[in-house]
Design a protein around this ligand. Structure first.
Ligand SMILES: NC(=O)c1ccc[n+]([C@@H]2O[C@H](COP(=O)([O-])OP(=O)(O)OC[C@H]3O[C@@H](n4cnc5c(N)ncnc54)[C@H](OP(=O)(O)O)[C@@H]3O)[C@@H](O)[C@H]2O)c1
Length: 383
């Protein structure tokens, strides 16, 4: 139809529709640009980014990394990965951490290691952190990296029948430990920033292992909530969310002062989470940590470490109705596994490990001056 034939009255009527179409089209184009930019960045981050020379960046030989919960899973793999790169290690956790140190001594005999045995379920008690503080002060400005890894995973179905002690255990381990250790490490990170002797800047890093808590929304997904939470694990999920928000807030306060990485894992299969081996985009602890090491110093703030977890965040937008169903299945799997284990051996195994822990911690607490703790640390130290 020639333009000259259009009735001006009709044009007046459809003009508002054109404006709405234009707004919608702009929004869609804007969303697509955001998506493409983010996909390009993600592609680079997960497939092309190279790991930095971490030992050089974080102060060279003699620098220490502190890791909580290094007896298994990601903590264990990270301990080995940092040892391989030449860092000394202070590992804080259960008696089973001995196994990790034995492995490090065997594979990397030049690496120095210290262990502080702790049952983090008791992190709310007075003086719990005294010996850790003394060990931090003893390591001093060689304390280069803190990895807040420990998480106390508990699931129950239905929640109201869960033993109430589990609630306290998960909250204590999952919230107090990260908050206090971060609080204790930052003064040393600030001290390191300017090495008075050589005038050399030494970087430090805070790494928090939390969980997938949120996903980005785009296109039709913008109309839905962007939380990721798994049923039957409510207290554990909330403790991970605490770590996520604590880490994010610390990042906003200290960005540019030291490196901060809030890692948000999806399903990572470890010796404790074998039940996750059928979930979508699961990855072994070893592979996961290999990817994670590439993020350190290269990426700041919150990130997935593994492409599959990042992709799953985006796919949720395409199938929003499936999200709750899938998460329910994951929660059921973990809770069923936990309930089976807790009846069978979880509590007994933990009790044994932490009986040894309590005795060892008592010894350290008895000699709680810095000098004395250095002596105790020397006993646990292998050089
Ligand atoms: N695996 C996943 O799919 C996944 C997903 C999302 C987030 N995350 C987070 O990633 C982090 C590492 O998880 P992971 O799966 O690698 O862990 P994991 O294999 O279950 O190992 C947890 C570590 O923490 C220690 N630990 C737990 N409770 C403790 C306590 N009360 N006192 C002292 N040590 C304690 C364990 O020691 P013992 O076993 O010797 O007691 C072990 O060394 C956690 O913060 C977890 O919440 C994991």
């Amino acid at each position: 139809m020639a333009l000259g034939n259009i009735n001006p009255m009709a044009l007046g009527k459809i003009r508002p529709m054109y404006i709405i179409y234009l707004i919608l089209l702009s929004l869609i184009i804007f969303q697509i640009i955001l998506l493409l930019t983010s996909a390009a960045k993600g592609f680079h981050k997960y497939f092309f980014m190279k790991e930095l020379n971490l030992l050089e960046r974080y102060g060279g030989a003699g620098s220490w990394v502190v890791i909580t919960g290094a007896s298994s899973g990601q903590g264990y793999e990270m301990a080995l990965a940092f040892a391989e790169r030449g860092f000394n290690l202070l590992l804080i956790g259960s008696k089973r951490t001995d196994k990790t140190v034995e492995q490090i001594q065997k594979d990397y005999p030049l690496v120095k290691t210290r262990i502080i045995y702790k049952d983090f379920r008791k992190a709310y008690t007075d003086d719990f952190f005294v010996d850790i503080q003394a060990a931090f002060d003893d390591i001093g400005d060689h304390l280069a990296i803190l990895v807040n890894n420990v998480g106390h995973r508990v699931g129950w179905n239905p929640y109201h029948e869960m033993d109430s002690a589990y609630i306290r255990d998960v909250i204590s381990t999952g919230t107090i430990v990260q908050s206090r250790l971060t609080h204790m490490a930052i003064p040393w990170f600030l001290e390191r920033k300017q090495n008075k002797q050589s005038n050399q800047i030494r970087h430090s890093a805070l790494i928090n292992i939390t969980a997938q808590c949120m996903h980005p929304n785009f296109l039709f997904g913008v109309t839905m909530t962007n939380e990721i939470s798994v049923p039957y694990l409510s207290v554990y999920e909330a403790a991970n969310a605490f770590g996520f928000y604590h880490g994010t807030s610390i990042y906003k306060e200290y960005q540019g002062v030291f490196d901060i990485l809030n890692i948000t894992p999806g399903a990572v299969v470890t010796e404790n989470t074998g039940c996750l081996n059928k979930t979508l985009f699961n990855v072994s602890g070893k592979t996961y940590v290999k990817h994670l090491m590439k993020m350190i110093g290269n990426v700041q703030g919150s990130t997935c470490a593994y492409w599959g977890h990042a992709l799953s965040n985006y796919l949720i937008n395409l199938a929003p109705n499936m999200k709750d169903g899938l998460l329910k299945k994951v929660g059921e799997t973990i809770a069923t596994d936990f309930m089976k284990k807790s009846k069978r051996d979880y509590a007994i195994v933990d009790a044994t490990a932490f009986t040894a822990t309590v005795a060892d911690v008592a010894t350290i607490a008895d000699v709680a001056t810095v000098a004395d703790v250095a002596t105790v640390a020397d006993v646990a130290q292998t050089e």
